[in-house]
Design a protein around this ligand. Structure first.
Ligand code: BGP
Length: 471
C-alpha cells in the first residue's frame, strides 16, 4: 500500500481524560476537574457541565497516572512508534500563574517519557489539551486576558527546557479552531461565563495564536530539532447540492471553521476573509505592536488534525431538513453516509479528500492525530471483545490514507484517538469507547479499571507490523 518506512503509527490520549489522580502530586485543579458528566441532548452530545456535586469522570479518569507502565507496555506490544499524550498544565503550574514549576509534576512526565523510550516509542506532546488551570479561568478570565499568554509561554518554556532531550514532537494547543465556536469558549479558551460573546472569543483566540507562536519560536531556540505543530478539529463540509449558493455557503463555513486557524499558524498572518468577517460583524480584534511579527516568526513545522466525520453546508439551512447529530460545527446530513451511534457521519473517502485539500493549501507535513469510532463494546463471558465495527472504521480510513499518500500527500503519522478507552471529552461518558484496549470502568466510575485486549488490538498490531500492508 506504500506507507513510508518511517511512518509514525501510534495512538492518542489527553491527560484530563485518562490520568485521573486529579489532586495528587501537587496538581492544581483544571477546568475539566470541575466538569460533571451531565444529561445528554437528543443528539447525545454535550459538553460536560460545571457543577458542584455528582460524579466527576476526570477525577479518576482511567488512572493512567498509576498505571502508565502497564499501558505503555501494551502500546509497545501493538508496536507503537509514537504515543500522543498531553501534559496537565495544572500538574506543572497548579494555579497557572506561579513562576516556579511543581517538581513532582515534572518528574511524573520524566518517568512517562523514559518508559516510552524503553520501547523506542516517540512521545508526541500536546502542551495544552482542553485543561487550563481552573484558577487562570476564575481569576484572569482565561485567554480572554492577555496576561495568560505569558503564563502559557512560561509553562511551555519549562517543558521545552526540561524535556529537550526526551521529546521531539510537540503540539501547542488541541483543536484550536474550537475557539471559533461558542462551545469552545469554556474548554479551550477558559472563559467561564455562560453567555457567549463572539468578539471576546476571537480576542481570546488571538491571544492563543500569539502564545502559540511565541512558544514555537522559543522551542526552536531551545532545540532546533524540535518539530512543533498546530492541531485543529478538521471538518470537511461539502455543499449539500451543486447549487452555486450551496457551494458558497460551504466555502464560507470552511474558511471560518477550518482554514482560519491553520492559515494563521502555518502562514503567519490573518487571512483577508476573517478581516472582512470581523468588519462585517463589528468585531475589533486588538493587536498590540509587534503581534504581526510574532505570528510571522512562530509558524509551525507541521499540521495536525482530528478527523472523525464530515458534514454538509447549505444556503437554506432552515428548509434543508435534517441537521447532523452529534457535531458541533453544525451543518446538515449527508444521505450518502452512515452514522455512528452518536450521530457522527462516517466518511473514509472524505479523509483522502481532506488530506489533499490540506496538503495543497499548506505544503508542509501532515499528521492525523485523532480518528476513530466511539462505540459501546460488549465483553463476552470469556472476556473477549469482538469490535469488528471499530476495525472496519479504522481499516477504511487507513485505506484512504494510503491512497492520499499515493496522490503525493506528505502524511507522516497516524495516532487514532483513545487507543486505550478513556473518558469521553464531549459527553463525560466512559461507555463511548474508542480503544484497542478495554478499560473496566462504567459511566459512574465503577469497575476494576483492569485493562484487556480487544480484537482490534491484535488487528492494529498486524497493521503496524506490516507497515499498513495487512489490513
Ligand atoms: C476531540 C478531542 C478529544 C476527544 C475526541 C472525541 O474533539 O480532542 O479530547 O474527546 O474529540 O470526542 P468524544 O470524546 O466527545 O467522543
Amino acid at each position: 500500500m506504500g506507507f513510508p518506512k518511517d511512518f509514525l503509527w501510534g495512538g492518542a490520549t489527553a491527560a484530563n481524560q485518562c490520568e485521573g489522580a486529579w489532586d495528587v502530586g501537587g496538581k492544581g485543579e483544571s477546568i475539566p476537574d470541575h466538569m460533571r458528566a451531565g444529561g445528554l441532548n437528543k443528539h447525545r452530545v454535550m459538553t460536560p457541565t460545571i457543577e458542584s456535586d455528582g460524579y466527576y469522570p476526570n477525577h479518576d479518569g482511567i488512572d493512567f497516572y498509576h498505571r502508565y507502565k502497564e499501558d505503555i507496555a501494551l502500546f509497545a506490544e501493538m508496536g507503537f512508534k509514537v504515543f500522543r499524550l498531553s501534559i496537565a498544565w495544572s500538574r506543572i503550574f497548579p494555579k497557572g500563574d506561579e513562576t516556579e514549576p511543581n517538581e513532582e509534576g515534572l518528574a511524573f512526565y520524566d518517568q512517562v517519557f523514559d518508559e516510552c523510550k524503553k520501547y523506542g516509542i516517540e512521545p508526541l506532546v500536546t502542551i495544552s489539551h482542553f485543561e487550563l488551570p481552573y484558577a487562570l479561568a476564575e481569576n484572569y478570565g482565561g485567554f480572554a486576558n492577555r496576561k495568560t499568554i505569558d503564563f502559557f509561554v512560561n509553562y511551555a518554556t519549562v517543558l521545552f527546557d526540561r524535556y529537550k532531550d526526551k521529546v521531539k514532537y510537540w503540539l501547542t494547543f488541541n483543536e484550536i479552531n474550537f475557539g471559533t465556536l461558542p462551545l469552545g469558549g469554556r474548554n479551550l479558551l477558559g472563559i467561564l461565563d455562560d453567555e457567549d460573546n463572539e468578539a471576546r472569543r476571537f480576542q481570546a483566540l488571538h491571544h492563543m495564536f500569539i502564545a502559540s507562536a511565541k512558544a514555537v519560536k522559543i522551542g526552536h531556540e531551545i532545540n532546533p530539532n524540535f518539530q512543533i505543530g498546530c492541531m485543529l478539529a478538521y471538518m470537511t463540509m461539502y455543499p449539500l447540492t451543486c447549487k452555486p449558493e450551496d457551494a458558497l455557503a460551504s466555502q464560507e463555513l470552511v474558511k471560518k471553521l477550518n482554514w482560519f486557524c491553520g492559515d494563521v499558524q502555518v502562514k503567519g498572518k490573518y487571512p483577508y476573509y476573517m478581516k472582512n468577517y470581523f468588519a462585517k460583524h463589528d468585531i475589533q480584534v486588538e493587536f498590540e505592536a509587534g503581534d504581526e511579527e510574532i505570528l510571522q516568526e512562530g509558524t509551525v513545522d507541521y499540521y495536525t488534525f482530528s478527523y472523525y466525520m464530515t458534514s454538509c453546508a447549505t444556503a437554506n439551512i432552515e428548509e434543508s431538513g435534517d441537521r447532523v447529530g452529534g457535531n458541533l460545527f453544525g451543518g446538515v446530513k449527508n444521505n450518502y453516509l452512515e452514522t455512528s451511534e452518536w450521530g457522527w457521519q462516517i466518511d473514509p473517502v472524505g479523509l483522502r479528500f481532506t488530506l489533499n485539500e490540506l496538503y495543497d493549501r499548506y505544503e508542509i507535513p501532515l499528521m492525523i492525530v485523532e480518528n476513530g469510532l466511539g462505540a459501546v463494546d460488549k465483553v463476552e463471558a470469556d472476556g473477549s471483545i469482538h469490535d469488528d465495527y471499530r476495525i472496519d472504521y479504522v481499516r477504511r480510513h487507513i485505506v484512504e490514507m494510503s491512497k492520499a499518500i499515493q496522490d503525493g500527500v506528505d502524511l507522516i503519522g497516524y495516532t487514532p484517538w483513545g487507543c486505550i478507552d478513556l473518558v469521553s471529552g464531549g459527553t463525560g461518558e466512559m461507555s463511548k469507547r474508542y480503544g484497542f484496549i478495554y478499560v473496566d470502568k462504567d459511566d459512574k466510575g465503577n469497575g476494576s479499571f483492569d485493562r484487556s485486549r480487544k480484537d482490534s488490538f491484535y488487528w492494529y498490531k498486524k497493521v503496524i507490523e506490516s507497515n499498513g500492508e495487512e489490513l
